[in-house]
Design a protein around this ligand. Structure first.
Ligand code: ZN
Length: 469
C-alpha cells in the first residue's frame, strides 16, 4: 500500500465510527484509506508525526463571515489556522465570496448564504412573493448555496420573512435567519417568531445563544425558552457559539442613526445615545470594540486605535460588544433532547473574518470541565454540522471519506496542521495558498465554473436541514 500522506501515532477521534485510539491514519488520493497501528512510514510520500497530538476530522464551522469589506482573504487564513476545513458563510455577498474563495480559499470548502439586502436584492422590507422568488433565483444563479435573512440587523416584515422561507423550501434551497422582524428584534421573541414563521419548512436559526442576552427576561429563562422552542420544533437546525463578543457594524446612516438594530440596542442598553457621538463614547470607554486587519488577521484594537480606525473608515468599521451570556452559550453547547441527542446541532463561531474563531480552544474547555465528552465535542464541531449541510463525506474517518483532517495540541489548544482533500493546507500557522472549493446548487454551477472556481454540487437528500432532527 502506498500512501500520499501518513499521520502517525496521534490520538484519533472519530465519533461516527466510535473510534478513540492511538493509531496511524493513511490517506490516498485525497480520501481516508487506512486506520491501523504500525504503518511503516516508508510507504508514505509525506509523514506527519502526531505523537501526543489529537487527530480529528476537520472542523465544519456552520457560521462564519469570510468576506470583510476592508481586507481581502483574511477570513480564510484565520479559519485554516484554527483547524477549520469547511465553512458555512452567513452573509456573502456571493460575488465577493466566489472571487475570494478562488484567490484565497486555500483548500477550504465554502458554502455561501447570500444575505438579501434591502435596497439591493429586494426594494423594501416588505417584498411580495414574486419579487422574493426573483431575488432568490438571481442569487442562486450567481453561485450561492442558499439565502440568509439578516432580520436582527435589518428587519423585514414577518410576512416577507415567511415568504422567503417558503420560497426556499419550494426550491429545496438552504435558508438561514438571524432572527428578528419589524415586529420583534434580535432576542428570544425573535427566535420564537422565526420558528413559528417557518411553518414546518426547513430553517436554520443562526447563533441561538445570541437571542438570550437578557433583553426580555433574565438570560437563564431565555436560554430555557430557546431550548424548549427547539425541542418542540425538531425541523429547525441551529448552531451556537462560545464567545462573549457579538458581531455588528459601527456604520451610521445619513441621519446619524445606527445602520444595524443590534448596534442600536447595545448602545442604548448601556446608556449610550444611538448616534455617532454615543458610539464614539462607547469606543473610548471600551464597550464597543473595533476590529481591523493587523498582521494578516483581524484583531480587536485598543480604544485609541479603534477610534482612529473608525474615523478613517468614514464611520463604517465593524465592531463587537461583549454581550453574550455564558449560561446561554453553555445551554446551546450542551442542551439535550429526551433521547440524549443535542438540541442545537453544532458549535460554531460566527467568526471567520471576525476575530472569535474559538470552536476548539473554548470547546475543549467544556470537555475539560466535563460538560461534554471529547467525542461529543468532536461530533458537534465536525460530524453534526456536516450532516446539517448534506456533506456525508465529511466529519468522519470512514474509508473513502474526504481526507479533511485537523491535528491539535490539546495542551495549548493550538491547531498544528489543517489538511483538506489529503493536502496539508496549514502547518504551524503557515498556509498553503491556492483556491478553495465552493459547494453550490445546480443553478450556480455555471457561474462557479465560469470563473474557474473548483466546485461541487450540493446534495441535501441526506441532510438534517432537509430531513429534520
Ligand atoms: Zn453571523
Amino acid at each position: 500500500m502506498r500512501y500520499d500522506l501518513l499521520i502517525r501515532g496521534g490520538r484519533v477521534v472519530d465519533p461516527l465510527n466510535t473510534i478513540d485510539t492511538i493509531a496511524d491514519l493513511g490517506v490516498v488520493d485525497g480520501k481516508i484509506s487506512t486506520l491501523e497501528n504500525g504503518i511503516d512510514p516508508i510507504h508514505a510520500a509525506e509523514v506527519i508525526d502526531a505523537a501526543g497530538l489529537l487527530v480529528m476530522p476537520g472542523i465544519v464551522d456552520a457560521h462564519v463571515h469570510v468576506v470583510r469589506e476592508d481586507v481581502k482573504g483574511v477570513g480564510y487564513t484565520m479559519l485554516l489556522r484554527k483547524g477549520v476545513t469547511t465553512a458555512l458563510d452567513m452573509s456573502g455577498p456571493i460575488d465577493a465570496v466566489m472571487e475570494e474563495t478562488l484567490a484565497y480559499g486555500q483548500g477550504l470548502t465554502v458554502l455561501s448564504l447570500h444575505a438579501l439586502g434591502i435596497g439591493k436584492d429586494i426594494k423594501t422590507n416588505d417584498p411580495g412573493r414574486e419579487e422574493i422568488a426573483a431575488a432568490i433565483d438571481a442569487v442562486l444563479e450567481k453561485g450561492a448555496f442558499g439565502i440568509k435573512i439578516l432580520g436582527g440587523h435589518y428587519p423585514l416584515t414577518p410576512e416577507a420573512t415567511a415568504l422567503i422561507i417558503e420560497e426556499c423550501a419550494k426550491r429545496g434551497v438552504y435558508i438561514a435567519t438571524h432572527a428578528g422582524t419589524t415586529k420583534t428584534g434580535s432576542n428570544i421573541l425573535g427566535l420564537e417568531e422565526a420558528v413559528d414563521l417557518s411553518q414546518g419548512h426547513p430553517l436554520h436559526v443562526a447563533h441561538v445563544n445570541a437571542y438570550c442576552r437578557g433583553q426580555i427576561e433574565d438570560p437563564i429563562s431565555e436560554a430555557r425558552r430557546m431550548l424548549d422552542k427547539l425541542r418542540k420544533n425538531p425541523h429547525i437546525v441551529s448552531e451556537g457559539y462560545l464567545s462573549v463578543m457579538n458581531g455588528t457594524t459601527a456604520a451610521f446612516t445619513e441621519n446619524d442613526t445606527p445602520k444595524s438594530n443590534v448596534t442600536r440596542t447595545w448602545l442604548e442598553k448601556k446608556g449610550y445615545t444611538a448616534n455617532r457621538a454615543g458610539m464614539a463614547k462607547a469606543i473610548e470607554e471600551g464597550w464597543a470594540l473595533i476590529y481591523a486587519n493587523g498582521g494578516g488577521e483581524m484583531t480587536y484594537l485598543s480604544p485609541e486605535q479603534g477610534m482612529a480606525y473608525w474615523k478613517k473608515s468614514g464611520y463604517t468599521a465593524n465592531c463587537s460588544f461583549p454581550v453574550n451570556n455564558p449560561v446561554a452559550m453553555l445551554a446551546a453547547a450542551t442542551g439535550r433532547r429526551e433521547d440524549g441527542s443535542f438540541v442545537v446541532n453544532a458549535i460554531s463561531t460566527d467568526g471567520g473574518g471576525i476575530p472569535r474563531n474559538v470552536i476548539f480552544e473554548n470547546g475543549i474547555r467544556l470537555v475539560g470541565m466535563r460538560y461534554m465528552e471529547l467525542r461529543d465535542f468532536v461530533a458537534k464541531s465536525t460530524l453534526y454540522p456536516a450532516r446539517m449541510l448534506g456533506l456525508t463525506n465529511k466529519g468522519h474517518f470512514s474509508p473513502g471519506a474526504d481526507a479533511d483532517i485537523a491535528v491539535f495540541d490539546m495542551a495549548t489548544a493550538a491547531a498544528r496542521y489543517t489538511i483538506t482533500g489529503g493536502k496539508i493546507r496549514m502547518a504551524g500557522g503557515i498556509c498553503s495558498g491556492g483556491p478553495g472549493t465552493l459547494v453550490t446548487t445546480e443553478q450556480g454551477l455555471r457561474a462557479a465554473k465560469g470563473i474557474g472556481l473548483p466546485c461541487i454540487l450540493a446534495d441535501m437528500h441526506n441532510s438534517t436541514f432537509r430531513n429534520g432532527n
